[in-house]
Design a protein around this ligand. Sequence first.
Ligand SMILES: *Cc1c(COP(=O)(O)O)cnc(C)c1O
Length: 373
Amino acid sequence: MSMSSSDPSNLAPDHIRAIAPYQGGKPIAELAREMGLQVEDIVKLASNENPLGISPKADFAIQEALLDIARYPDGNSYVLREAVSQKFNVTPDQIVFGNGSNDILELAARAFLTPGCEAIYSQHAFAVYPLVTQATGATGVVVPAKNFSHDLSAMLAAITAKTRMIFVANPNNPTGTLLGKDELFYFLKQVPRQVLVVLDEAYDEYLSAANKSEAISWLAEFDNLIISRTFSKAYGLAGLRIGFGLCHVSIADMMNRVRQPFNVNSIAQAAAVASLADDDFVERSYALNQAGMMQLTQGFNKLGLKFIPSFANFISFTVKNAAEVNQKLLQNGVIVRPIANYEMPDYLRVSIGLFSENARFLEVLENILKSNQ
Ligand SMILES: *Cc1c(COP(=O)(O)O)cnc(C)c1O
């Protein structure tokens, strides 16, 4: 074969080579190795995980499911499908299960995007939207944010004949901003029906009763709407990888055609069923998050640091020399998330943890800021 370079990455098409790899939160074990720290001395507030862990009911279900892992999982997630159907008042065939909700985003992209069409997302929106879009060869169209939030009218104005999909994160990560329900409903009314709207509601469980999404009740009106939900955040199952999409049956049918038959493992299915039956755990997670939100915002105010008011389980705050401050936090065993890759180089994102974890973060941060003066 004659190639201009022997680098085998040249064998991949240009649209794959152009993808910037996802930058996740640093794992605790990795920081421990790098800094020679004890795992117990490290606080990780970098991936919006649930500091309470998982529901005791899910824990029990996992132990039970472990006894049967020699068998393939149920490729249709029958029991979980029934549970989600009842809990969210949708028919079983309106549900698509994913290996995390990122899988749902990818299934939507793979089922509907092709080279030559466009997908729209906001500046500062979740990094997985460009990833799944670019992997299909479609063109990503980034719409500038307004006050760190999605500018829905600008997103509408960006629609062209080539637009096939719009991603909306509500609340958004890493900014924590929330779109009003009326605003979102009006937006959906304006979007042409040949454009799919993927509404990512990964943090819905962290919203107050008044703010909680009503989008599921809109599915009857908008057959171009795909809602994605996850068990990774308030349910605490991030390591098991499970999420789901809710949409029109015909959309679900298309997404299921590109889904791997056994994309959701049996332990995740069992844990998810048990988690849905434990409202108490979600309520405790919500309450802890509310208290932690107060603790951190008061801490930021005391330190004179600006932050973006958040509706999720993390807060992005701004600090001088953010990259250097992040490095010092790491040296002191505190992992937060630098978000320069979100075009926010002056910000760091901290996940809301246990009271003691938040306190440790604030204390270390205060010491760093003092020594920088
Ligand atoms: C964390 C997060 C998810 C969840 O991803 P999973 O694959 O379900 O773990 C989805 N969307 C956004 C915006 C997130 O921040």
